[in-house]
Design a protein around this ligand. Structure first.
Ligand SMILES: [Fe+2]
Ligand SMILES: [Fe+2]
Length: 180
């Protein structure tokens, strides 16, 4: 599934790169609009699991994390709006339709395979950080973009930790036992 995640992401990135060449803030706005959806999807599934009596020990921790991530992504979105990212109807049209599909894909994906759903978002966060890194390399220093880049890296680390939390590597556990 990790391979499939990477293939789907690479195709999507290639399409967005083609559509948004030379339109950085429109591209960033679309990316931020899409980036929020998985966190809403994870929260929806966690709420539903809770209602069904399927709350695990990591449940509250994950809900807090995903809520904070979704708020942070909305802050990024608002910043991109302040720089004209959502000024054109066509970009709003593309993003709002993409996000509808992406939200429901993530709901189903997270329900049947949380580990792989987290991995997809991990890859998306790494891609977002790289995208902002390229912008800084071509356009010079921009404090706010650097701050957002660091937020995306932080999200990717949190997702990596979440994968470890829900599906610890047995080898790592064995290593831990040996350390004691
Ligand atoms: Fe973001
Ligand atoms: Fe992010």
């Amino acid at each position: 599934m990790k391979k499939l995640n990477s293939i789907v992401l690479n195709i999507t990135v290639a399409i967005l790169d083609f559509l948004y060449e030379g339109r950085d803030f429109q591209r960033f706005w679309v990316l931020e609009e899409i980036a929020r959806a998985p966190y809403f999807a994870f929260l929806s599934v966690l709420h539903f699991r809770e209602s069904m009596g399927l709350r695990g020990p990591e449940h509250l921790y994950l809900m807090k994390q995903h809520f904070e991530q979704s708020v942070n992504e909305t802050e990024h979105l608002e910043y991109m709006e302040s720089r004209g990212g959502s000024a054109y109807f066509i970009d709003r049209f593309v993003a709002k339709h993409l996000v509808l599909v992406y939200y429901w894909v993530n709901v189903v994906y997270y329900w049947i395979s949380p580990r792989n759903a987290y991995h997809l978002s991990y890859e998306v966060e790494i891609h977002a950080a790289e995208t902002y890194g390229k912008y800084l390399a071509y356009n010079g220093p921009d404090e706010k973009i650097l701050e957002i880049l660091n937020d995306e890296l932080h999200h990717s680390k949190e997702l990596h930790d979440a994968i470890k939390l829900i599906d610890p590597d047995p080898l790592t556990n064995r290593e831990k036992e040996l350390e004691v």
